[in-house]
Design a protein around this ligand. Structure first.
Ligand code: 5GP
Length: 185
């Protein structure tokens, strides 16, 4: 499970990992947020209405879910269970409240924290993205402070200085947790 503040580059790392290592399955979350330019339904997210989201949550169809900067985000449970049952390495890219819920429900999950090289760099990346209003950027920066303070809860922390090396380390971590799963069965 990969977590870390908004703007740290989780999506870029995940995209690169998926490009290089097609055997890793990356969960597609549901969200009530509107698509950013270029985002596609069913690939980047499942974009759903708030009503549909609450239906899914109340029916227990989500492994975890959280509110983030005014929208809801959640991980559909069934596809995660299907891939795990098939022995496929599963990667979730989620914020910290969700990571805590997964930890409680799946204690064997590995929690990886992605940290920015510096606070200034995070501010630069979040503002430079240009896809959010100043209010949303401010809300995300507030939340980033809280998320950075939670680093110690994670099993591993990686600094996102170069995408390629973060991918390699993430894959090595997934490989080791995967092979220990195999040994256990
Ligand atoms: P964004 O709107 O920038 O795509 O995502 C905002 C935050 O929500 C990011 O920190 C992202 O990791 C997190 N997020 C994306 N999908 C999920 C999910 O399914 N569950 C939770 N808890 N957080 C998610």
């Amino acid at each position: 499970m990969l977590s870390g503040p908004s703007g740290v580059g989780k999506t870029t790392v995940v995209r690169e990992l998926r490009r290089r290592h097609r055997h890793v399955w990356v969960s597609v979350s549901v969200t009530t947020r509107h698509p950013r330019p270029g985002e596609r339904d069913g690939i980047d997210y499942w974009f759903v209405s708030p009503q549909r989201f609450s239906e899914m949550a109340s029916r227990g169809e989500l492994l975890e879910w959280a509110e983030f900067a005014g929208n809801s985000y959640g991980t559909p449970l069934a596809p995660v269970l299907e891939h795990l049952a098939a022995g496929v390495p599963v990667l979730l890219e989620i914020e910290i409240e969700g990571a805590r819920q997964v930890r409680a429900r799946m204690p064997d999950a590995l929690l990886v924290f992605l940290r920015p090289p510096s606070w200034d760099e995070l501010v630069r990346r979040l503002t430079g993205r240009g896809t959010e209003s100043p209010e949303v950027v401010a809300a995300r920066l507030d939340r980033a402070r809280v998320e950075l303070a939670a680093e110690a809860e994670f099993d591993v922390a990686l600094e996102n200085s170069a995408v390629g090396s973060v991918c390699d380390r993430l894959l090595a971590l997934m490989g080791s947790s995967h092979s220990s799963d195999r040994k256990a069965t």
